[in-house]
Design a protein around this ligand. Structure first.
Ligand code: ZN
Ligand code: ZN
Length: 363
């Protein structure tokens, strides 16, 4: 990964955002910028240089992983060590320096503590999401990592299919798949596996429960793996027992909505338009009011990243963005269907990663 150029690009945009320094504490952002994969680290970025702070547990790991930053091993929390280094520094000049914090993830107590320690020489403020913005567009190496993660996730689906039968508990299905994922080299799952069967298929985030799979009904399976730091995300809905006409129709409506959304993905299109395309199809099938979440999200080092594909989102798609397309319809107390794939925005449109098994599978 080209960490040095990511850091240089961030340094270059600090002045136009009226920042002298940025304290990066959100760990996926730290990883993105300098390569550190541990659980305690902070990065202090200014136009003069970049320092990485961690604690004694990570001396060897920091030396092996961190690129483009000077490593400081601290005896206190890394963000505090970074702040102390500023408090003890000579800033030069009479004007106050502006230190940006990652407002979305820094707790208020931490922000107050930092501001108090640096008064009066520094002004502390919430910075725009500069690193998240950069992370929206993936480079070829990142797309390669996501592609491999999605491929691995797709290979796990036959295991789910084999395990799903009436009477088996949802957690057993999830467990078999997660074991297979780890055996295949996954670092972990992107999120708690969702296996939601029968009436529970109408629960949008129905984590696998102790419930036994009924003799007849939909089973929503939403799962993802983490491979070389990057997440995959995929949903397939299968039907146990013979589906009724209404069940088939519901499935086809969601599938058509997903195809319609994928068809509009290309550079320059607003994220909200992709959402609108899926919603229009479901409206035609009188299912729009049962589609209770957004059409998709970016993914990468984190399972949910920018952009959000929801109504009124004006963010324009760009080549290199990696997003999910996952419309669904959920009728409470009855059933639910969701189909989800990961797509990469290309210069001329998009590419669906591992585009398999999206016809209704009857078990
Ligand atoms: Zn998902
Ligand atoms: Zn998703």
């Amino acid at each position: 990964m080209d960490h040095s150029s990511r850091l240089r690009r961030l340094q270059a945009v600090l002045p136009e955002n009226k920042l002298d320094l940025l304290l990066v504490t959100h760990l996926p952002n730290v990883r993105y910028l300098c390569g550190f994969t541990g659980s305690a680290g902070a990065l202090l970025v200014s136009d003069r240089g970049v320092s990485f702070f961690t604690d004694g547990r990570y001396i060897a790991q920091a030396r092996a992983e961190v690129c483009g930053a000077q490593i400081v091993i601290a005896r206190k929390a890394p963000f505090l060590a970074a702040v102390e280094s500023l408090a003890g520094s000579r800033t030069g000049g009479v004007s106050k320096k502006v230190l940006g914090l990652e407002g979305e993830t820094v707790p208020v107590v931490m922000r107050d503590r930092i501001a108090a320690r640096l008064r009066p020489r520094f002004k502390v403020r919430s910075a725009p999401q500069l690193v998240e913005r950069a992370r929206m567009v993936k480079d070829a190496e990142e797309i390669g990592c996501i592609r491999r993660a999605v491929e691995l996730g797709a290979r796990l689906f036959p295991i789910i299919r084999k395990k799903i039968r009436p009477g088996t508990r949802e957690v057993e299905v999830a467990g078999s798949m997660e074991y297979a994922a780890r055996c295949a080299g996954a670092e972990g799952m992107s999120f708690s596996t969702i296996i939601a069967s029968g009436q529970r298929s109408a629960v949008v985030h129905g984590r696998a429960s102790e419930a036994a799979i009924p003799r007849r009904g939909f089973v929503v399976c939403d799962f993802g793996v983490i491979l070389t730091g990057y997440c995959s995300d995929r949903t397939r809905t299968v039907h146990v027992g013979r589906p009724s006409r209404a069940a088939r129709q519901m499935y086809e409506a969601v599938r058509e909505a997903q195809q319609a959304a994928i068809a509009v993905v290309r550079p320059g299109v607003a994220a909200g338009e992709v959402d609108g395309a899926a919603r229009r199809v479901l409206r035609k099938w009188k299912l729009a009011r049962y589609f209770t979440h957004s059409t998709g999200h970016g993914l990468g080092l984190e399972i949910h990243e920018a952009p959000r594909l929801a109504a009124a989102q004006t963010q324009r798609l760009e080549p290199g963005m990696v997003i999910t397309i996952e419309p669904g319809a959920y009728i409470p107390g009855k059933w639910g269907v969701r189909i989800e794939d990961v797509v990469v925005v290309t210069p001329s449109g998009c590419e669906v990663l591992a585009p398999r098994d999206n016809e209704l599978i009857v078990i």
